[in-house]
Design a protein around this ligand. Structure first.
Ligand SMILES: Cc1ncc(COP(=O)(O)O)c(C=O)c1O
Length: 382
């Protein structure tokens, strides 16, 4: 028995991260200084995109991304039901709604073959979710979007550090208008709370930056009025305070340097889980598609039925091992039901009844992984 609780996911903070944050705390500017620009440049470089905009959360990143694409009242986005509610909540903020497309059971990615039948004349954006870190087939999605004149926003909250099957990094935006990331502590890297949007469009980039900070325009070339008043600037849009602080950005810069190490470690842990349960029909991992480098934000296993899954969770809890369920289909949340979402998607429902996310984070050591797999084996054989 290990003495400490094992959580399903957590951050990995070292002395360099702490020093980076302390340096900002000792500096003149805690926010709106140079660190945010530096983080954005480093993130865009890492992903292979032209631009990155750092914001206060993955949710605010989604909200801004949808808004700069013009999503508004009566419009629809198309996405997966197996995602965190923020993916669709951000569309609801703008008066739009969500059309949920069932998942492929083996990968839990939205079934691309079912996207076209869900498109209506209200559809504006397709939002693939790179679930658990596995990149969606973006060439297929981009072809559908082009054919129907739709925009694409990748929800890559789980997938910083992942690669598509052509080896390019998630976030390069080769096949999308924008990619959205989250830096919550359980994600690939953390800034405490935080998020970002990458894009190759200068026009979208400029709009994102303006909306992130109250819709204020600070470039005199873009002013509507001519003014000689010192410190003059104009609010031209209804924007937000979705800024990331320099404290957060400094942590992000430091964390980004270790991202590849983190993802490597997550891959080692997931390989250990896979090898341990290879050929075991009682518990099966989600499939990792050939050639797609997976950041393994989550490691999800499927049990035979809800009863076994729930009993395994309780058993692991008794051993101080926390697990999670990612996620209840979004349309089942009471808020969505009250809004009139009354659908049942078979694969999503089946997945939700049998899934469990096992602990995975870079700082997990061999003893912990072995302890978890031993406990699961004990449960299976009991
Ligand atoms: C798929 C997905 N999208 C969006 C978000 C929202 O990110 P944040 O928590 O940074 O607002 C999350 C967060 O867990 C997520 O998992």
């Amino acid at each position: 028995m290990l003495t400490n609780n094992i959580s399903y996911g957590k951050q990995s903070i070292n002395d360099s991260d702490i020093e980076a944050v302390i340096d900002v705390l000792k500096s003149e500017r805690l926010t709106q200084g140079s660190k945010v620009d530096e983080f954005e440049e480093a993130l865009a470089k890492y992903c292979g995109s032209k631009y990155a905009v750092a914001v206060s959360s993955g949710t605010s990143a989604l909200h801004l991304a949808y808004q700069v694409l013009g999503l508004s009242v009566g419009d629809e986005i198309i996405t997966s039901p197996i995602t965190f509610a923020a993916t669709t909540n951000a569309a609801l903020y703008l008066g739009a709604s969500a059309k949920f497309v069932d998942i492929v059971s083996s990968t839990v990615l939205m079934d691309n073959d079912k996207i076209e039948e869900s498109i209506t004349n209200k559809t504006k954006i397709i939002v693939p979710v790179h679930f658990a870190g596995l990149a969606s087939d973006m060439v297929e999605i981009s072809n559908i979007a082009t054919k129907h004149n739709l925009k694409v926003v990748e929800d890559a909250a789980h997938a910083l550090g992942s690669r598509y099957y052509n080896g390019k990094k998630v976030g390069c935006c080769d096949c999308s208008d924008m990619t959205v990331f989250s830096f919550h502590p359980v994600k690939s890297i953390t800034t405490g709370e935080g998020g970002a949007i990458t894009t190759n469009s200068k026009e979208l980039y400029d709009k994102l930056k303006i909306l992130r900070s109250h819709g204020m325009v600070r470039d005199s070339a873009d002013y509507k009025y001519i003014s000689s008043v010192p410190y003059y600037h104009e609010m031209q849009y209804l924007g937000y305070n979705y800024r990331m602080t320099d404290i957060q950005a400094a942590l992000g810069i430091s964390q980004l340097k270790r991202l590849d190490q983190f993802v490597k470690r997550r891959n080692l842990i997931s390989n250990f889980y896979r090898i341990t349960f290879l050929g075991d029909n009682n518990i099966k991992p989600l499939e990792n598609l050939d050639g797609r480098y997976n950041s393994y934000h989550l490691f999800v296993m499927l049990l035979d039925d809800i009863d076994k899954r729930n009993k395994l969770i309780s058993y692991l809890e008794s051993k101080k091992i926390s697990t999670q369920i990612h996620y209840m289909p979004v349309y089942k949340h009471p808020y969505y039901i009250d809004k009139g979402y009354s659908i049942t998607l078979t694969n999503a429902e089946d997945y939700y009844s049998r899934c469990v996310s096992l602990p995975i984070y870079p700082a997990m050591d061999e003893n912990e992984v072995k302890f978890i797999t031993d406990c699961i084996k004990e449960f299976i054989s009991s």
